[in-house]
Design a protein around this ligand. Structure first.
Ligand SMILES: Nc1nc2c(c(=O)[nH]1)N[C@H]1C(S)=C(S)[C@@H](COP(=O)(O)O)O[C@H]1N2
Ligand SMILES: [Mo]
Length: 193
């Protein structure tokens, strides 16, 4: 077995470790009813989809252990997220060859843009649980995206669906000066980094 990575090596440049889990969102925590909940996939895909909660949660699930890094400089180690890997969704909806970016939509006006190659990594997951318990409402219940290798603003809470597009379109924070991609290891914080 390999040695666990030293904490120092797990902390991207300019980050500070926190043991708590801060809450960050624009606007209020939405009221969501699982009966009305839908996950819609549209745009450049062979099989557009609209899934109910029971349909979505019938998709194959797994768990991901990861550190999370917020652009506001906190990092939280050793999170365990359970849910449906993005790869499972990709297998179902089959993006066309032109699909180069994914717009991840949330309740309200929140959206974030993610390059396909980042979205399709094996540890990106639509999470329903954190450390074995359902997500708290303020952390995205019932479903949030987690893309561990990008700053956490890409990990959209209260996800409502995906839109596959050919060219990049900046999302909510990306229109307000955040970086298009957001790699913490390269400190891609703002659009001029
Ligand atoms: N729907 C939605 N998702 C969102 C946000 C938001 O405002 N709305 N904020 C993002 C930002 S800026 C961060 S840092 C993380 C924070 O997640 P947390 O509150 O679970 O720590 O959620 C991201 N996902
Ligand atoms: Mo953030």
């Amino acid at each position: 077995m390999s040695e666990p990575k030293r904490d120092r090596e797990r902390l991207p440049p300019g980050q500070v470790r926190t043991l708590k889990w801060p809450v960050l969102n624009h606007g209020p925590v939405p009221q969501i009813s699982l009966d009305d909940w839908r996950f819609r996939v549209e745009g450049l895909v062979e099989s557009p989809a609209t899934w109910t909660w029971s349909e979505f949660t019938s998709l194959p699930q797994s768990e991901v252990a990861c550190d999370i890094h917020c652009v506001t400089r906190w990092s939280r180690f050793d999170n365990r997220f359970g849910g449906v890997p993005t790869r499972v969704v990709l297998e179902r909806v089959k993006p066309t060859g032109e699909a180069a970016f994914v717009l991840v939509h949330a309740v309200g006006e929140f959206v974030s843009n993610i390059p396909m190659a980042d979205f399709a990594v094996s540890d990106a997951i639509f999470a329903m649980t954190h450390d074995g318990t359902p997500l708290a409402p303020e952390h995205g219940w019932p479903l949030r995206l987690v893309v561990p290798h990008l700053y956490f603003w890409k990990s959209v809470k209260w996800v409502t669906g995906l839109e596959f597009v050919a060219s990049d379109a900046p999302g909510f924070w990306e229109q307000r000066g955040y970086h298009r991609r957001g790699d913490p290891w390269h400190e891609e914080r703002f659009d001029d980094d």
